[in-house]
Design a protein. Structure first.
Length: 231
């Protein structure tokens, strides 16, 4: 038995959960990010790519928009984002791959750098076994712009996946990892069944060079779709 690890953005979802969250906050909740926040995030993202800023700083800037909200408020936002956007953006073939692994007795794990509360409704909908995402912190009942480490990003995904498997006596060489991003190479190189899915140009080049099987997901589930475990 092996574990099937899945990234979320552009792998299970057609698009970015972060962008879907921003759309929900603006279009549904009527909360627009300030120009200063947008500029800070863009600059931090550019700096993170060049190594000029630590990922910790990028996380802090990204979470600052939601700082001060209660867990109940965050959960309400997460469910609203899922109902209005994420639910309608799930790749049909991603769902089929998840059900295939479940039918074979392989635990299915979502492993993503997206916010944990935002991913939880998706995880419930898909019927996966566990989720590892960016775990936000609360202080005196209200969210603060910090997250627990290790972050589920780059090398952090390998650390989390390795620990999960070691606790259960599972060899990573018996596991699968589906992802679109070259930033996920540390874990993709460690598993026995790398599954580059809708890969970015860098990951595609590497996959072709190493003869990895490339998966292409295109269509999403129909609007009225109900998962098997909901029927």
């Amino acid at each position: 038995m092996g574990v099937a690890f899945f990234d979320v953005d552009d792998t299970i979802l057609k698009g970015s959960s972060g962008i879907m969250l921003a759309k929900y906050m603006f279009l549904i909740k009527g909360e627009a990010a300030t120009p200063g926040y947008v500029l800070d995030m863009l600059q931090a993202l550019i700096d993170s790519k060049t190594g000029a800023v630590e990922y910790d700083d990028l996380v802090e800037k990204g979470l600052s928009q939601f700082s001060g909200r209660t867990k109940g408020q965050i959960d309400e936002i997460a469910q609203g984002c899922f109902d209005n956007f994420m639910r309608h953006s799930i790749y049909r073939m991603a769902y089929k791959e998840i059900r295939m692994h479940k039918s074979r007795g392989n635990p299915v794990i979502l492993l993503t750098a997206s916010l944990q509360p935002i991913i939880e409704p998706l995880a419930e909908y898909l019927g996966v076994d566990e989720t590892f995402a960016l775990k936000i912190k609360y202080q005196d009942g209200r969210m603060i712009p910090e997250a627990e480490k290790p972050f589920s990003y780059e090398e952090g995904k390998l650390i989390i996946a390795r620990a999960y498997c070691q606790e259960r006596g599972i060899d990573l060489k018996d596991c699968w990892f589906y992802s679109d991003s070259s930033s996920d190479l540390p874990l993709m190189e460690a598993v026995g069944h790398p599954m580059p899915t809708n890969p970015d140009p860098t990951l595609r080049r590497i996959a072709l060079r190493r003869n990895w099987r490339i998966k292409k997901f295109c269509t999403v589930l129909p609007p009225d779709f109900r998962p098997e475990h909901w029927r």
